[in-house]
Design a protein around this ligand. Structure first.
Ligand code: ADP
Ligand code: MG
Length: 648
């Protein structure tokens, strides 16, 4: 074997730099964090070619004293930590004293810096770890660092850089995270001479969110403000209706530092359990405040990983904070009928115009008829003045088909009115069609029905009818409410089944064997008690196999075999998810609730619809189906009156 040698400084600097500096975004991260630690209120980041050829960070922080500049570029040189004890209470973003040394090892660095109480500042240049300039100079307060030609001396590393646009996007994502966690700082990002991000720095968290994500995302957010057991969770989570296909919009911060934490993600998603479609993910911007001594951010050199002394406490704070926020937000969505400007056909051929005229004619015929008309009030309100206003505003308030159908229905209604002679009793309003019992006959099993209590409480909600055999139309106070009968019933069933759920286990007549990977085996052997909680008894054998002797009674006769249950449990544990009862039983309940609920286009009795509507109204939990679809939408009387021009 070759002789052991101590490496040259230039070589170990390069190796060490590789740990911190991977790409332009990692340089920017270190520089901006230094600016934040220096107390800057304004930070401008400028990059060219994704940062590879040019990165400049300018701040108005405290600056660096002339004589201390060379030391700042030495490895393990920091002004932030003095002793080992200091490591327990770190409040600054940097503390390893490696960043500037690492950057200087792999790029050309220029520095201009001035402390506020000094008359002159300093100009400093260093490349490949060698100082090229260190002079007094006139410059503004604060620090500007310019980095050119990243990895100019490490071609192997340069090869691993992605396309400029990808590297630039990484920088932008990073600035977004920094802006979100520092709302009191004014950030500006200039990419190839164009300002692409600019935050107000007014200290308001919401304005930072607004600046970074734009109006649409910001306006869908629900605020979170929760604390328990010394952990404070503040920020915003997305409405259950605003889901994402992945986790890219989940931003977590611990004491202001952006972190990637599987625990935080799992806790957030637990907060959305049963409120979001499976396979969809919530978005969030959540900041956790926790005693620095209870979390370790020193896990990785880039400091994006975090370890918590008490994971359960953190998990619970995020889980309950999120859950409460979602439940408190008004989950009864308002539907908005948008006024769409549509190209108008010539006046006389417009279908709405023709139909409108027919409606008017029918109304005139009715006016000549002395028989009382129960619907007179709303119909008479189409006065000339209103019709004129209609001419100015497009009649279409929704899709043209809807407007067309609406007018057509009014016309039919007008034509269906009884003939003027002889005078007759007021006509029945057209009844909503409920099909008879016999239409349930096609089912093998008896049709599911909702339990109706003997004496229902005075209903706060009145069922008006059913639409498209799918939506229950209700009136409640000053609101029109549409309930998706399947979604609502599915959730009702889910809740009913949940209260009856037992996790008791049942001995198997014959043991079932399951093969396990090494990881699955060790996850299961560490969490025997969690398996028993879900009602599984398994004897682990030889590091490769499990003998299942008992399985949950609730799953008896289900398509999921005990072996599949054990594999599922092991995989959940490997993902760091210990909520086996929640995950495994909820899945079972979801599928059973879905199968047993009434379906869209099923035929239901009026009492069934009423029972569903009343349960939805009574039970706050029935707001989303188990897959996260909303159970109801509402339209206020005010909104309706606006569309009809009764109020402006
Ligand atoms: P660390 O941030 O871990 O202390 P760095 O290598 O990033 O290590 O920086 C070394 C030192 O240089 C810091 O401790 C700080 O004193 C000084 N420094 C770096 N950047 C700035 C800046 N923008 N403003 C003021 N001081 C700075
Ligand atoms: Mg630093």
């Amino acid at each position: 074997m070759a002789k052991i040698r101590v490496l040259d400084r230039s070589v170990y600097e390069l190796i060490a730099a590789g740990e911190v500096i991977e790409r332009p975004a990692s340089v920017i991260k270190e520089l901006v964090e230094n600016s934040i630690d220096a107390g800057a209120k304004h930070i401008t980041v400028e990059i060219k070619n994704g940062g590879v050829s040019f990165m400049r960070v300018t701040d108005d922080g405290c600056g660096i004293a002339h004589d201390e500049i060379p030391a700042a570029f030495l490895r393990h040189a920091t002004s932030k930590v003095r002793s080992a004890e200091d490591l327990n209470g770190i409040a600054t973003l940097g503390f390893r004293g490696e960043a500037l040394a690492s950057v200087a090892a792999v790029a050309r660095v220029e520095l201009l810096t001035k402390e506020a109480d000094e008359e002159y500042g300093s100009s400093f240049r260093i490349a490949g770890g060698e100082i090229a300039e260190h002079e007094r100079t006139g410059c503004p307060n604060g620090t500007t660092i310019l980095i050119r030609d990243l990895f100019y001396n490490v071609p192997a590393r340069r090869k691993f850089l992605k396309k400029d646009v990808t590297e630039g996007n990484q920088v932008q994502g990073l600035i977004d995270r920094l802006a979100l966690s520092n709302p009191e700082i004014c950030f500006r990002l200039i990419r190839d001479n164009k300002t692409v991000r600019s935050t107000g720095g007014d200290g308001d968290y919401y304005s930072a969110v607004y600046a970074v994500f734009g109006k649409q995302f910001a306006s869908s957010l629900i605020p979170v403000d929760y604390s328990s057991a010394g952990v404070e969770v503040v920020g915003y989570v997305s409405s259950p209706l605003f889901t994402r296909a992945n986790r890219s919009m989940q931003y977590f911060f611990v004491n202001g530092r952006s972190v990637r934490s599987p625990i935080c993600m799992a806790a957030l998603e637990e907060g959305y359990r049963n409120s979001i479609m499976t396979g969809k993910f919530p978005a969030c911007v959540l900041n956790l405040s926790i005693a620095p001594s209870l979390c370790d951010v020193n896990v990785s050199p880039s400091k994006t990983e975090v370890r918590f002394a008490e994971e359960k406490v953190v998990f619970d704070a995020i889980h309950f904070g999120t859950r409460n926020a979602i439940l408190n937000a008004d989950s009864r969505r308002e539907i908005r009928l948008e006024k769409k400007e549509l190209p108008k056909p010539p006046e006389e051929t417009r279908p709405d115009r023709i139909l409108f005229q027919r409606v008017e004619e029918a109304l005139e015929r009715r006016a000549a008829d002395p028989a009382p008309c129960p619907k007179e009030e709303p119909i008479r309100s189409f006065t000339d003045e209103r019709i004129n206003r209609r001419k100015r505003e497009p009649l279409f308030v929704n899709a043209p088909v809807t407007a067309y159908e609406t007018v057509k229905n009014v016309q039919q209604r007008a034509e269906e009115l009884p003939p003027p002679e002889p005078p007759s009793a007021p006509p029945e309003p057209p009844a909503f069609r409920y099909l008879s019992e016999s239409s349930f006959a096609r089912r093998e099993k008896p049709a599911p029905s909702v339990q109706i209590t003997e004496e229902p409480p005075v209903p706060a909600i009145r069922v008006v009818g059913e639409l498209f055999a799918t939506y229950i139309v209700c009136e409640c106070g000053e609101e029109l409410i549409l309930i998706d009968k399947h979604a609502a019933h599915e959730r009702i069933r889910f809740e009913q089944k949940k209260t009856k759920l037992t996790t008791a286990s049942q001995l198997l007549a014959e043991s079932e064997f399951v093969s396990l990977t090494a990881e699955q085996y060790s996850a299961l052997s560490e969490h025997g008690e969690l398996l028993r909680e879900i009602g599984v008894e398994v004897l682990l054998q030889d590091g490769v196999r499990g003998e299942i002797t008992a399985a949950p009674a609730a799953f008896a006769g289900d398509a999921v075999s005990p072996a599949e249950l054990v594999i599922r449990a092991a995989d959940l544990l490997l993902d760091g998810n210990e909520n086996l009862v929640g995950e495994i039983y909820d899945d079972l309940l979801h599928s059973r609730a879905c199968k047993s609920a009434v379906k869209a286009r099923d035929v239901n009795q009026p009492e069934e619809l009423r029972a569903i509507a009343e349960e939805v109204w009574r039970n706050e939990k029935i707001r989303f189906c188990p897959h996260g679809r909303p159970v109801m939408v509402k339209l206020s009387k005010r909104e309706i009156e606006k569309y009809f021009g009764r109020i402006v």
